[in-house]
Design a binder for this molecule. Structure first.
Ligand SMILES: NC(=O)c1ccc[n+]([C@@H]2O[C@H](COP(=O)([O-])OP(=O)(O)OC[C@H]3O[C@@H](n4cnc5c(N)ncnc54)[C@H](OP(=O)(O)O)[C@@H]3O)[C@@H](O)[C@H]2O)c1
Length: 288
């Protein structure tokens, strides 16, 4: 099987490429820019992959509030173009999405299933949801894979690193660390999400899936676990979201149920605390 992976140099893409079962063609925006339909079409037509994996996205969650056109150009219109080309070439399209398609239901406290109606609360979330819908509406053979709170050794380009590294850096500087304790999700290790995605993409069980580590926590709880596992005494204080205003609203609760993935009999993703321990080990000696 021949895979073409866009966003191959991103945080998730870097961990996914070596885990895909077959020939892998890593792509960056020089060969496949989501805002350049002609370039996208000519590259895909030349490469003729069996599966096109889109790890690329406009990921500047806060910036998207002031430049919605840029977010939509990549996450919605770019993905629509991609879905059309994949359909025309009879290529499977695997597209990554986000827990930020949820959040409107402020009282929600049980994990969202794939069958739950989304309701984003940010421009980023709306743009990613539009992208999902284009994939599902246009390209019959698709995987839409929603994930959450990613961290991996390659860091996120859009976020300039990852949450774990930010926590360790701030604590190492001896600064107080204030982290919100009223936003709950499942921090997910890119190695685990990539491994699960690679297994799923080896099947023909197309559809919408949630892929995250298991369990859930607040960002404050996650920070506490980082310091505990790293053996660091940090000056950590829980704060409400109102104490850390951001341009984009975040969901208070965006835990994703992985029932659909699990029902396929594929290996479960480990609990988030175990994944964090594996990450802290890997960051000392990268495994890829
Ligand atoms: N990070 C998270 O916490 C998180 C949570 C939930 C879901 N997700 C989703 O997971 C996926 C992977 O995220 P990530 O953290 O790995 O992102 P990332 O590290 O920021 O990587 C994004 C990649 O997209 C590429 N890209 C941006 N605009 C492009 C364009 N116009 N054409 C082609 N490529 C373009 C970037 O290339 P350049 O380096 O050239 O800019 C980069 O390689 C995304 O779909 C994201 O929405 C992420």
């Amino acid at each position: 099987m021949r895979f073409a992976v866009l966003g191959a140099a991103g945080q998730l893409g870097r961990d996914l490429c070596p885990r895909l079962p077959g020939e892998v063609i890593p792509l960056g925006r020089d060969r496949a820019d989501l805002v350049d339909p002609a370039l996208l079409r000519s590259t895909l037509t030349n490469l003729r992959p069996d599966v096109f994996v889109n790890c690329a996205a406009y990921n500047f969650v806060d910036q998207a509030e002031s430049e919605p056109e840029a977010a939509f150009a990549v996450n919605a219109w770019g993905v629509r173009t991609l879905a059309t080309i994949c359909r025309d070439l009879n290529c499977v399209l695997a597209h990554f999405s986000t827990d930020y398609v949820f959040g409107l239901d402020a009282g929600r406290r049980t994990p969202y299933r794939e069958t739950d109606v989304p309701g984003p609360v940010s421009v980023y979330g709306v743009s990613k949801l539009a992208g999902e819908y284009f994939v599902r509406a246009i390209c019959p053979r698709h995987f839409v894979l929603r994930t959450c709170g990613l961290y991996g050794v390659w860091g996120s380009g859009g976020k300039g690193g990852n949450f774990v590294e930010t926590m360790l850096r701030v604590a190492a500087q001896g600064k107080p660390v204030r982290v919100v304790n009223d936003q709950f999700c499942t921090p997910s290790y890119t190695v685990d999400v990539a491994t699960a995605a690679a297994g799923l993409l080896s099947t023909e069980r197309y559809g919408l899936y949630h892929l995250t580590n298991s369990g859930s926590c607040s960002w404050h709880e996650f920070a506490a676990a980082i310091f505990e596992q790293a053996g660091i005494q940090a000056d950590l204080t829980p704060i409400p979201s109102t104490g850390y205003p951001t341009p984009a609203r975040r969901p208070a609760y965006s835990v994703l149920s992985t029932t659909a993935y699990q029902s396929l009999g594929l290996p479960s993703l480990r609990p988030w605390r175990e994944a964090l321990a594996a990450y802290l080990l890997e960051r000392r000696s990268p495994i890829v």
